[in-house]
Ligand binder design. Structure first.
Ligand code: SF4
Length: 439
């Protein structure tokens, strides 16, 4: 989500005549887009900003801005730690950044002393519709499309409703037009983004023949010529009703890869988290999806060490983690976020216990990923060729199940769907041979 927001701001700035430089030491304006989901992310951003702001002593015209979730969460209070920052811009004001920068620079060029830091963290109706411009690199084949912002769920550990505001969806026609324009520019794979994508349009559009607005959107993108694959993140388990589960069986471009945040496998902890499902319901969703697509790939988010999580609770999480057979997981040690209900709970879990539980799940994941990837050896997978790998020697792409594959290919194949036979694998990467003659 943050990458997408940064890209949209960069595109708006470029349209105003700004240039994006490759090295931060060459820039006149540096904007840090920040995350608040864990305290460590905020501390890292503050450390980086403090480091960069030292440059203002040598170069008073240098402009430093902090954008995004931490700006929204902390607002002007950030000035206690970062007094030299010029801009603090919240999550509903990304589109205002170019205007603020123009004013700041015009004032400086005119020799007008620039006063206070600009702090804008106000809510703005329709701000979700402003994340729409793209900065595509040459022959970019995958793109993120933001369809919805904010969340009304209020999970007790989560700061997102505070930093991203209430649930707001974009108009469906605008999203479809954006996807169509991306397809015309060569994009083959779209990942739809939102804090709770499966709730897309629930207040703005009617269900049609039992089909939710989110699935209607998937249907319309599936029909766009040139788009070959559709993914989305992040959904909520409660969004996986019959219509979405069945969509995996009838929409050919919808990839058989589901990110399904579990958070905990203990019903007691799920209740304390204010997550409105049980471990049984979660498993039923997984089974329903596997019934429609037996080759479904799953990833998840899990929090270990939530306040009050006992050994028995964790054992249930571990058991559910094993039962689902994940290909990928983001395991987080619970991080206190002030202002959330869980931060006030007694019975916080010690760092040692969190660490041990974290390691245990990561160990399971590693073993499982190795095992699942080994099963693909000798099999031929459809791979979307994204470009050269980091070393620039081989090519890289992804399977429909979102596994990264490295293989020898040719520049002409970038953007193509090609058959690749998997020859070896690690826990995170597959290696293969192209089953096409390159003429
Ligand atoms: S559904 Fe996701 S974004 Fe919304 S409050 Fe819960 S964890 Fe946060």
């Amino acid at each position: 989500m943050n990458e997408r927001d940064s890209e949209a701001v960069a595109a708006m700035l470029r349209a105003r005549g700004y240039r994006i430089v490759a090295d931060e030491s060459d820039c006149d304006v540096l904007l840090l887009n920040t995350c608040s989901v864990r305290d460590s992310a905020e501390q890292k951003a503050i450390g980086k900003a403090a480091n960069v702001s030292a440059r203002k002593k040598r170069d008073p015209d240098f402009v430093l801005g902090i954008l995004g979730c931490m700006a929204q969460n902390r607002g002007a209070e950030l000035l206690d730690r970062l007094p030299d920052v010029d801009l603090i811009i919240g999550t509903q004001k990304f589109h205002a950044v170019p205007g603020y920068l123009d004013n700041l620079r015009a004032a400086r060029e005119a020799g007008v002393p620039v006063g206070e830091t600009i702090v804008d963290t106000a809510e703005e109706a329709g701000s979700q519709n402003t994340i729409r411009d793209h900065e595509l690199t040459e022959r970019q084949v995958t793109a993120f499309v933001s369809i919805q912002q904010g969340c009304d769920m209020h999970c007790s550990f989560c700061i997102v409703p505070k930093t991203r505001g209430d649930e707001r969806s974009r108009p469906m026609d605008e999203i479809v037009a954006e996807c169509r324009s991306l397809a015309e520019r060569g994009v083959k794979e779209i990942t739809l983004l939102g804090q709770i994508v499966t709730s897309f349009g629930r207040r703005d559009f009617e269900h049609r023949d039992g089909i939710s607005p989110f699935v209607q959107l998937l249907e319309r993108i599936d029909a766009i010529n040139g788009i070959e694959r559709i993914r989305f993140t992040s959904p909520h388990p409660r969004g996986f009703k019959q219509d979405l589960v069945e969509a995996y069986g009838r929409l050919p471009k919808l990839c058989e890869y589901v990110h399904l945040p579990m958070q905990s496998g203990s019903n007691r902890i799920l209740r304390a988290m204010n997550r409105p499902y049980t471990r049984e319901k979660y498993l039923e969703i997984v089974e329903n999806l596997r019934r429609v697509r037996s080759d479904m790939y799953f990833s998840t988010d899990v929090i270990v060490g939530f306040p009050g999580e006992t050994d028995d609770d964790f054992a249930e999480t571990r058991a559910l983690f094993e039962a689902v057979n994940y290909d990928m997981a983001y395991v987080f040690k619970y991080s206190i976020r002030s202002g959330t209900p869980a931060a006030e709970a007694g019975d916080q879990i010690s760092d040692d216990v969190k660490e041990a539980r974290n390691r245990e799940l990561l160990g399971l994941l590693e073993a499982n990923s190795i095992r699942r990837n080994k099963l693909l050896e000798g099999k031929t997978q459809e791979v979307l060729v994204e470009g050269r790998d980091k070393k620039g020697i081989r090519f890289t792409g992804r399977t429909r199940g979102n596994r990264v594959v490295h293989f020898d290919a040719d520049d002409r194949l970038v953007g193509q769907l090609v058959p690749v036979t998997i020859t070896r694998s690690t826990s995170s990467v597959l290696y293969g041979e192209l089953q096409l003659a390159i003429v």
